[in-house]
Design a binder for this molecule. Structure first.
Ligand SMILES: Nc1ncnc2c1ncn2[C@@H]1O[C@H](COP(=O)(O)OP(=O)(O)OP(=O)(O)O)[C@@H](O)[C@H]1O
Ligand SMILES: [Mg+2]
Length: 415
């Protein structure tokens, strides 16, 4: 019975199998080997959409509930809260189950194979600082696989899978560092080549990824246009107070956006608008809550981040969905400033991984970069700084993990 290899990513997911001819990715939607880990529930019931179709429904302004970055919520209490989504009460666990069950069905349709068993990737740590929550996150995900119809699921650390698919034909003794920076986590593995095989010496990871970069970029570049960092007149007496942060942080955080459109938040923002020293900015915030524009704004921030990181070193955050012509600039320099503390955290985690492996940085021959956020310039810069003697190589940014999971199936005893 073949096993389905699944990379359930914060931003993108993919599946693959191992056949006698080698590894084969199974397309889950037309036009690609990966699909966005996103769902859309139409307001009046009707079938859930996933992937690009979910994004298209959002952009078309269809009425309904769009959700992304569901992986970030694994292990938290929010994952088991039930709420009204698409005309029915469900938990986020139900939503992840529905996503995985659609993935399973599509993989079965494309391949003509029935899958009972899954080999799933997992970050080294879903939650960095809390081992209990980390264990709960894996248990939550395992329960979703079971509810989606898999009889068994096993997990493999994502960077270890990426190492399997990405290492070259290193000579014995060659040491490599795999750096996998995705939407939600940054994961690292150190390996050594031994007789043509790869041995993992250590793996490590932190809860930091492209969605956190988006949050920082949003708070520094987009949210100020909605009044973040501005002030309120006191209700009684002279002087001003700083603007409360909470709603801005929620709007800047992919996994929290679906939950900001509450009557309480709308009332609170109306109150803030009455007292604001810059009321026109609060009017924009009200529009975002009224018209549920949070995800569109998050996509605009993500595009701005990618543009400013690119060769032009400049972009805009197109906030035209809120107000015609509103488009704050973002430059390579302002992006760097927004991500400064994240850069330091990444460099520290990479150095810790080498320390755990007992490998001095100058012994690393190759650094392999994978994951969408490894396309951020700061990642290669920090890799070069940490391991100046190493070759920096890029592997398949979006499929290295799923490929490695499928390849790992070759090394398993057949039951
Ligand atoms: N060209 C690019 N430049 C910079 N960042 C990019 C680029 N393309 C995609 N990204 C970012 O990569 C992230 C998604 O990467 P990826 O698909 O590898 O994550 P994931 O595997 O879903 O997440 P995780 O492994 O953390 O669960 C997003 O945050 C996205 O903004
Ligand atoms: Mg990933």
């Amino acid at each position: 019975m073949p096993t389905l290899a699944i990379d359930f990513g914060t931003s993108n997911s993919a599946v693959a199998i191992l056949t006698p001819e080698g590894l084969r990715r199974l397309p889950l939607e037309a036009g690609g080997d990966t699909l966005p880990t996103a769902v859309f529930f139409p307001a009046r019931g009707g079938a859930m959409k996933i992937g690009e179709a979910a994004g298209a429904a959002l952009i078309a302004g269809e009425e309904g509930r769009y959700m992304r970055a569901l992986k970030s919520v694994l292990g938290t209490a929010l994952f088991h809260d039930s709420r009204l989504i698409g005309g029915r009460r469900r938990t986020l666990a139900d939503v992840v189950t529905a996503f995985l069950s659609t993935v399973k069905e599509r993989a079965e349709t494309v391949s003509g194979i029935r899958f009972e068993d899954a080999l799933s990737g997992r970050p080294v740590h879903f939650h960095t600082a809390d081992p209990d929550r980390d264990a709960r996150a894996e248990a939550d995900l395992a329960a979703c696989y079971a509810a989606a119809g898999f009889t068994s699921v096993r997990f493999m650390a994502e960077p270890e899978a990426a190492a399997l698919s990405s290492h070259g034909l290193g000579a014995t003794g060659e040491i490599g560092l795999v750096v996998d920076i995705g939407g939600g986590t940054s994961d690292f593995s150190v390996y050594r080549m031994e007789g043509g095989r790869l041995r993992i010496l250590a793996s490590h990871g932190i809860r930091l990824g492209g969605t956190d970069f988006d949050e920082s970029v949003s708070l520094s570049h987009a949210m100020p246009e909605l009044g973040h960092g501005s002030s309120l007149r006191r209700e009684i007496g002279p002087g001003t107070l700083p603007m409360p942060n909470a709603v801005y942080v929620d709007l800047a955080t992919w996994s929290r956006i679906p939950f900001v459109y509450t009557p309480e938040n709308r009332r609170e923002v109306a109150r803030m608008a009455r007292l604001a020293t810059e009321p026109e900015k609060l009017d924009r915030l009200s529009a975002v809550l009224q018209e549920e524009l949070g995800h569109e704004l998050a996509f605009a921030v993500e595009h701005g981040k990618i543009a400013a990181n690119g060769p032009e070193g400049a972009g805009i955050i197109d906030m035209g969905m809120i107000e015609r012509g509103l488009a704050p600039a973002i430059t390579g320099t302002s992006l760097d400033k927004a991500l400064e503390s994240h850069r330091a955290e990444l460099a520290k985690a990479a150095a810790e991984t080498l320390h755990l492996a007992g490998i001095p940085p100058e012994s690393v021959g190759t650094v392999i970069l994978v994951g969408g956020s490894s396309l951020m310039r700061l990642v290669a810069e920090e890799a070069r700084r940490l391991c100046p003697a190493a070759r920096i190589e890029r592997s398949q940014a979006f499929t290295a993990v799923v490929d490695g999971l499928a390849l790992a199936l070759a090394e398993e005893p057949v039951a």
